[in-house]
Design a binder for this molecule. Sequence first.
Ligand SMILES: Cc1cc2nc3c(=O)[nH]c(=O)nc-3n(C[C@H](O)[C@H](O)[C@H](O)COP(=O)(O)O)c2cc1C
Length: 210
Amino acid sequence: MLNDILNWRYATKKMDPSKAVSDEKLERILEAITLAPTSSGLQPFEVIVVKNPETRAQLRAAANDQAQVTDGSHLIVFAAWDNYTTERVDAVREQMETDRGMKNEGLTAYYENLKAFYFSRDERTNFDHAARQAYIAFGIALVAAAAEKVDATPMEGFDADRFDEILGLRERGLRSVVIMPIGYRDAGEDWLVNLKKVRRPRDEFVKLVA
Ligand SMILES: Cc1cc2nc3c(=O)[nH]c(=O)nc-3n(C[C@H](O)[C@H](O)[C@H](O)COP(=O)(O)O)c2cc1C
């Protein structure tokens, strides 16, 4: 049951550096990320998988020295588009036309309207919107990892500017928004592993309008 998986996962604090996530498991997690829904299907972000230990050591220094960045076997970085552009939106529509084998006037009109709307907003608003799409995929990534019995730590505790520099993201029109190291818990060394999950009381958190 999904809730058993969600109870199994936790924001792992200590990972075992001797254990690596297999290519097969990584591939299924990436496929789940790819299947995340996004507004108008734009997928306005990239998913950067960093395996290289030297690069991850640099990134760890820019992530408050959080050990999971190097103790895990891979670091997944979600980097959102810095803005919407004609090129980016048109590429999605063209992909849709190719994959579905048809051109559609309604679809063209839809994306023309969407561009007019997005281009009327400032860059920051568009980036924030793109970042929210990345977070949906990030949530699915956390669940997908847990379904594979792979540990993960959701992380916002990093210096996005330094990440962008190390990974060369700005020149590609991207900005890192959230990161997720994956690996395997070191249960003997992790202070959090056996602590109860803490959540707000259900009746404060969920309101029923009957
Ligand atoms: C967006 C986001 C950012 C987070 N950033 C960090 C982080 O930088 N480092 C860390 O150890 N945990 C981080 N956490 C973990 C949360 O503290 C944790 O998910 C929360 O306390 C609930 O605990 P659980 O995930 O173990 O159920 C983050 C979680 C989320 C969702």
